[in-house]
Design a binder for this molecule. Structure first.
Ligand SMILES: [Zn+2]
Length: 182
């Protein structure tokens, strides 16, 4: 697989949008994987490829079709149970909406608010970070939701990998090749 990547004759960035939809044995969507991982799984014959994109990765020696929908043959595949509360993951969990007022925005418009402010020892954990619009974040300032009279109901919780993965597929632009499987 390293050979494929190092021998690329096109910019890798032009391939980033060609993610593959990973299905479990029962054809249920698990999550999206990057093209490198998908191609590696395909070339190693570790997955069944159900759909390919009409797009090939060209290297100095050969070219390979990019997998669009892949299926793991057994139940061996396990999703990581611990998902980190990265900015994107928090926005996905909160549906790209402010948890205080419900305003829906884009990734660039929304901020991440620490429920117990960092200045007061608040940590970046699933239970302590929420998506917030800039006005709510400013209004809350260095206060807790109770002090600011801005209740969080329900309180933020850690999502499962599966919940996040599904939400990511719905919120993102799903390629046409995925549609029969979603
Ligand atoms: Zn808001």
């Amino acid at each position: 697989m390293d050979i494929v990547v190092t021998a690329l004759i096109e910019p890798a960035s032009s391939l980033e949008s060609f993610r593959a939809l990973l299905l479990d044995k029962a054809f249920r969507p698990l999550r999206a994987v990057g093209w490198r991982r998908a191609l590696c799984l395909d070339l190693c014959e570790r997955v069944e490829v159900l759909e390919y994109y009409d797009r090939r990765v060209r290297t100095t020696g050969a070219s390979f079709p990019l997998p669009a929908v892949i299926r793991v043959p057994g139940w061996l595949h396990r999703l990581p149970q611990i998902v980190p509360p990265t900015r994107r993951n928090v926005l996905l969990r909160d549906g790209f909406a402010c948890r205080y007022c419900g305003w829906e925005g884009t990734s660039a418009q929304l901020t991440i608010d620490h429920v117990l402010p960092r200045s007061r020892g608040g940590r970046t954990s699933w239970e302590n970070v929420v998506a917030a619009c800039a006005p709510c974040n400013r209004r809350k300032g260095d206060r807790t939701p109770a002090e600011a009279n801005m209740p969080l109901d329900p309180p933020p919780r850690a999502p499962s990998a599966l919940q996040l993965g599904r939400r990511g597929m719905v919120m993102g632009d799903a390629p046409a090749e995925w549609e029969p499987y979603l």
